[in-house]
Write a protein that binds this ligand. Sequence first.
Ligand SMILES: Cc1cc2nc3c(=O)[nH]c(=O)nc-3n(C[C@H](O)[C@H](O)[C@H](O)COP(=O)(O)O)c2cc1C
Length: 390
Amino acid sequence: MLRYFTSGESHGEALVAFLSGLPAGLRVDQDFIDRELWRRQQGYGRGGRMKIETDRAHIVSGVRHGVTIGSPIAVLLENKDWKNWQESLPVAEGDPAKHQALKSPRPGHADLAGALKYNFPEARYVLERASARESAARVAIGSIAKLLLRELGIEVLSHVTSVGAVGLDHEVSWERIRKVCNQNEVLLGCADPEAEQRMKEEVDRVLKSGDSVGGVFEVVAQNVPPGLGTYAQWDERLDALLAAAVMSLQAVKAVEIGAGIRAAASPGSQVHDEIGYNADGTFTKFSRAHNNAGGIEGGVSNGQEIRVRGYLKPISTLRRPLQSVDFATREPVKAAYERSDVCVVPAAGVAAEAMVALTLARCALEKFGGDSMLETKRNFEGYVNQLRNY
Ligand SMILES: Cc1cc2nc3c(=O)[nH]c(=O)nc-3n(C[C@H](O)[C@H](O)[C@H](O)COP(=O)(O)O)c2cc1C
């Protein structure tokens, strides 16, 4: 079973990610992992932190001579900013006078709920772990999951469909999404240059006024065979697993599969994807007139592209802060401000790709098994043959 978790504070020495359950013999492409980490750091509206950090995956276990060996993988990502925090956030007790408290909780951030939960007098430790710096660790192991999926012909990419009130009103093809993801300069990760310019103006507007903005990204998985996930048990449904995986990202407040939101307000005749036969499909001869289902029916992948959207709330750290309360005095004050991003929609999309890839890799390994890539691929190809002969 594929298992993964992460560790690390935003301004601590490093982030660490663990990935266990991969078959042996998967080639690990270091440049690919580092490019994925780079992609997560891009986008117009990021704060000063991204200028300090240039993430590189330091693999410390589970990979030898460039391939997985079936042992758990640990990846370390150094925090370059640590050098500025060694005295204020030491592992040892250190000098309390040098600690940097977060004195007034930010509405929308984890500060108040976390401080109450863990009985902290202020929110420093809360923000250190709640921060989306953690998502870099997910991208590191998600990119290894992508390498596994690639061996099965599956690819996962994302693009931005809206920033604040500026959005696209049409579906974007796989080819255009790939072009956006291959760019070496990222503005807002939108496939439509004219819409992207308007998105940039939206970011400029909130930047100027000390505000922040959210938006929507779409993750697309191509070449997923029918049959991943199942309706047989609630917690094995692919739609449920993907929704949880994407919702688990910081600031994602809604997840949509296919045309889910529009579908709720439309008659069935305009929603459900009519079925045809004799198509020249990758896995079967069945075809669909549209893909409003987003590639999943009954919690099972149906062979169409999987399309999952994540809706991000605006960033909660504001240069013109909202009203809050001082932790120490309980007097009304403005919420704390720390260097912050203003718009993170493209970066969140890259982190969501990682979560979708990890989820699909887990489902694929549950279905196809295998302790070596040879075995996994043989099982996969056997199933693909079975589908062709259906
Ligand atoms: C890629 C990414 C970067 C983020 N950067 C910031 C940031 O700089 N400042 C901030 O206040 N929130 C940022 N957030 C959002 C917070 O991490 C998030 O709102 C907070 O942890 C509370 O969690 P919740 O929004 O899921 O309730 C970021 C989110 C993502 C996905």
